[in-house]
Ligand binder design. Structure first.
Ligand SMILES: NC(=O)c1ccc[n+]([C@@H]2O[C@H](COP(=O)([O-])OP(=O)(O)OC[C@H]3O[C@@H](n4cnc5c(N)ncnc54)[C@H](O)[C@@H]3O)[C@@H](O)[C@H]2O)c1
Length: 235
């Protein structure tokens, strides 16, 4: 029996990067995976910042598979990286928070409705920026701090209903998003000295933690935010 045998899973932002690695990993572990993404490569096209689209996406999964057991709310954008806060436009703030925080709320809202009465497991992909300052990107950090608050509050609400809700807080992961950060001129040796391991994570290293977290092997774990960051947060 595979770890996630027969479980129906939504992965938002699963067309590339960390979400793609999670989708591949869950499929290899026996899950029936639905990728929801802005990209046309997705199983369901969906902007997580739109409630109508999120509602339609979750409904289509239930229509196709009859149930929802797992959701990984991973879709995210970097937003206004490298700007002093006074130069961040209202529209940039709204989009950064709209995708990275409201998007997680909207997905959880409809996923929880779908899981109601049967149980399930949700993982939200936050960031080390959910714990630490992100001096190059306060809007991103604000959203990721918000994701951790949302995760904890919802975890308490749904603990006795058989739905576990946790977060993963990756450090720097080798994806398109990280390329922008890693090539920033003001941090030539990045990820040194921030990351004791001195390297980025591979997306698969985040996916492995996600698989364990949504599996029954993590059955007593809820409301937790797990750093997967090569030691970034301890220095
Ligand atoms: N890469 C890193 O270093 C890093 C570190 C910490 C946290 N994260 C977080 O991990 C998650 C995935 O990041 P990544 O590095 O794989 O990024 P990525 O840019 O490689 O992939 C993001 C995916 O999300 C999709 N997406 C973006 N906006 C969307 C929307 N509104 N609706 C639906 N899909 C949307 C994109 O199309 C893309 O497929 C994000 O939440 C990000 O904040 C990334």
């Amino acid at each position: 029996m595979l770890l996630l045998e027969g479980k129906v899973a939504i992965i938002t932002g699963g067309a590339t990067g960390i979400g793609r690695a999670i989708a591949d990993n869950f499929s290899a572990k026996g899950a029936i995976v639905v990728i929801a993404d802005l990209s046309e490569d997705a199983d369901v096209c969906c902007d997580v910042a739109s409630e109508a689209q999120v509602d339609a996406m979750v409904s289509s999964v239930i229509g196709r598979h009859g149930r929802l057991d797992i959701a990984v709310n991973n879709a995210g954008i970097l937003g206004p990286f490298g700007k002093l806060l006074e130069h961040v436009e209202e529209a940039e703030w709204d989009r950064a928070l709209g995708v990275n925080l409201k998007g997680v709320f909207l997905c959880m809202k409809h996923e929880l409705t779908a899981m109601s009465g049967q149980g399930g497991a949700i993982v939200n992909i936050a960031s080390v920026a959910g714990f630490l300052a992100a001096p190059k990107n306060p809007a991103y950090s604000a959203a990721k701090h918000g994701v951790l608050g949302l995760t904890k509050g919802a975890a308490v609400q749904y603990a006795a209903r058989g739905i576990r809700i946790n977060a993963i807080c990756p450090g720097l992961v080798d994806t398109g998003m990280a390329a922008t950060i890693a090539t920033d001129d003001s941090m030539p040796d990045f990820p040194k000295p921030f990351v004791p391991m001195g390297r980025m994570a591979a997306p698969a290293e985040i996916a492995e933690v996600a698989a364990w977290l949504v599996s029954d092997n993590a059955s007593y774990l809820t409301g937790e935010a797990i750093g997967v960051d090569g030691g970034w947060r301890i220095v």
